[in-house]
Design a protein around this ligand. Structure first.
Ligand SMILES: Nc1ncnc2c1ncn2[C@@H]1O[C@H](COP(=O)(O)OP(=O)(O)OP(=O)(O)O)[C@@H](O)[C@H]1O
Length: 212
């Protein structure tokens, strides 16, 4: 079953072409890597998948199981795109609790378990404004996965992480893979891509070229 179908998508900004008649299919339960140089359109692709921006032509089709009746944002999707806007004066837990309150699907304990899973201290009183880059990244990962979403769109999930943390997050994602989640991620690190991905699309000449 295909979760996402990118069909004939063309997108440009002020005369800069990013995609021209691009196609790709994301199948349920597989892990995909999207690779390409800086500025090639990986984040823009993720934003189109999430319905935050529209293609100029063509379409991004989301399987009905994941369509949301009320918004363009698909349901059962956990995402990292750019850096989430946190409330700087609150702790990691408080930030996640606020986000979780939107759907109210998970308990405080679930949030704390997720913080621990990504390598943050659940009970820490440190405010997010004092977080390091890597800690902010872990918080972004926590918000993406905390609700046990079926599909994860992760733009540069390993950004800013130290080696042990990279290992921890790789293992977390491999665990998600094992239980059948669908994962689409970008990384500039070939090792992450080789280790995690079943399939790889490379942005090449405005197309999504499947290289694995
Ligand atoms: N809202 C926008 N308005 C104008 N240009 C934009 C907009 N959003 C993205 N772009 C441009 O589109 C191009 C692709 O950006 P994108 O962030 O998708 O690249 P990327 O492949 O994710 O890069 P990186 O590897 O550096 O993260 C860039 O040149 C960027 O400046």
């Amino acid at each position: 079953m295909s979760v996402i179908q990118i069909e004939n998508v063309t997108k440009s900004y002020k005369g800069t072409i990013l995609f021209h008649e691009a196609y790709a299919v994301i199948e349920k339960g597989k892990t995909y890597g999207i690779v390409g140089p800086n500025g090639s359109g990986k984040s823009v692709l993720f934003k189109m998948i999430c319905g935050f921006i529209k293609p100029d032509h063509g379409s991004v089709k989301i399987h009905p199981d994941y369509r949301n009746k009320h918004t363009d944002f698909p349901q059962k999707f956990g995402i990292i795109i750019d850096r989430p806007g946190y409330i700087a004066g609150k702790t990691g837990f408080e930030n996640l609790r606020k986000l979780a309150d939107i759907q109210n699907l998970i308990s405080d304990k679930d949030i704390k378990n997720t913080l621990e899973q990504v390598g943050l201290q659940p009970e820490s009183t440190q405010k997010v404004k004092h977080y390091s880059l890597g800690m902010k990244q872990k918080l972004a990962l926590a918000q993406a996965v905390m609700e046990n979403q079926e599909v994860l769109l992760l733009d540069e999930p390993f950004n800013g992480l130290d080696q042990d943390s990279v290992q921890n997050i790789r293992e977390m994602l491999l665990g998600f893979k094992k239980i059948g989640k669908t994962i689409v991620l970008t990384s500039h690190n070939k090792e992450d891509i080789d280790l995690l991905c079943d399939h790889v699309f490379q942005i090449n000449k405005y197309q999504l070229k499947q290289i694995l």
